[in-house]
Design a protein around this ligand. Structure first.
Ligand code: MN
Length: 294
């Protein structure tokens, strides 16, 4: 039995199928996906159907774009460059969205774990797990998606002008920034949402979350040997002491990467669909300036 961990798919269904053909999963092989299954690419619906169709052979964690789809299903607005309408209008949307909503934010099997973006490096592993379970439970509870939509990052500006939304978000909504959006941690220990460049461009006093996480390694024996993550295309493939980054920027015209966990073998598939254009990138930059988006 082999475990293949793959990076951010972002709706690139043809690229995913080509990578799966390369892997030719057999028997009890498992496919782990680090999240951001959907959005930006044209084949989000196909990706959801394919992964759901793999049943227990596919393990998935939720990314910021997956949460964005769930929020849109509960009334949040799509932004420029979003490609989620097909998923929302599909006849099997209730089943697919129900499946997506049931996926964890942090997944662990023995010595391996995965998360979309990262975890708060100040948490012990037990605390990280507890925070993830609490957020997952809240998301699945009645009204969970409405709360998600209400505090969605893309609504930041709107909240400033709305009396009803002035109360601070529940703690689990705040934790979503760690599991699904963090790249860099500020000097004061908060998620720095503005940073999206490479790790060498990090501003003074801030640090990539995984550097802080690995710096604390000797003090927490409960940790898995390897924590796989995605979300940071500018970082690319990076094997750290206790972490492994797998977002190799498929949607930006680069590669979709799979790593075989047992021996570290790498499998890559170049993008087969249309890459995001410069105008898309400018739209994303504008969204980031408002604290939302990718
Ligand atoms: Mn992401």
């Amino acid at each position: 039995m082999a475990t293949y961990v793959i990076g951010d798919i972002q709706g690139c269904a043809r690229t995913l199928q080509a990578l799966l053909a390369q892997l030719s999963l057999s028997g009890d092989d498992q496919l782990w996906c680090v999240g951001d299954l959907v959005n930006r690419g044209a084949g989000s619906l196909e990706v959801l159907r394919a992964l759901k169709g793999l049943g227990a052979r596919a393990r998935v964690v939720l990314g910021n774009h997956d949460l964005h789809l769930l929020a849109c299903s509960a009334g949040a607005a799509q932004g420029e460059g979003d490609t989620l309408s097909e998923c929302l209008a599909a006849p099997d949307a209730p089943e697919l969205l129900g499946w997506l909503r049931a996926q964890p934010l942090l997944y662990q099997e023995g010595e391996r774990a995965m998360v979309h973006a990262g975890i708060n490096p100040r948490w012990s592993w037990a605390e990280a797990t507890a925070h993830a379970r609490a957020a997952e439970e809240a998301l699945r509870a009645p009204g969970g998606l409405e709360t998600l939509a209400r505090y969605h990052p893309s609504r930041k500006r709107l909240r400033l002008h709305s009396d009803v939304d002035l109360e601070p978000p529940p703690a689990w909504v705040g934790d979503l920034a760690w599991f699904t959006r963090v790249r860099v941690v500020s000097a004061s220990g908060e998620v720095d949402e503005r940073h999206k460049g490479g790790p060498t461009e990090v501003t003074r006093g801030a640090q990539p979350w995984f550097m802080l996480y690995e710096g604390r390694a000797p003090f927490d024996s409960a940790r898995p040997r390897t924590l796989y993550f995605g979300h940071w295309a500018a970082l690319g493939l990076r094997r750290g002491a206790q972490t492994c980054a797998l977002d190799t920027g498929c949607i930006w015209g680069r590669y979709l990467t799979a790593m075989r966990a047992e021996d570290g073998a790498i499998f890559q598939q170049g993008l087969l669909e249309e890459a995001l254009t410069a105008s898309h990138q400018r739209a994303h930059a504008a969204e980031r300036a408002e604290g939302g988006g990718a």
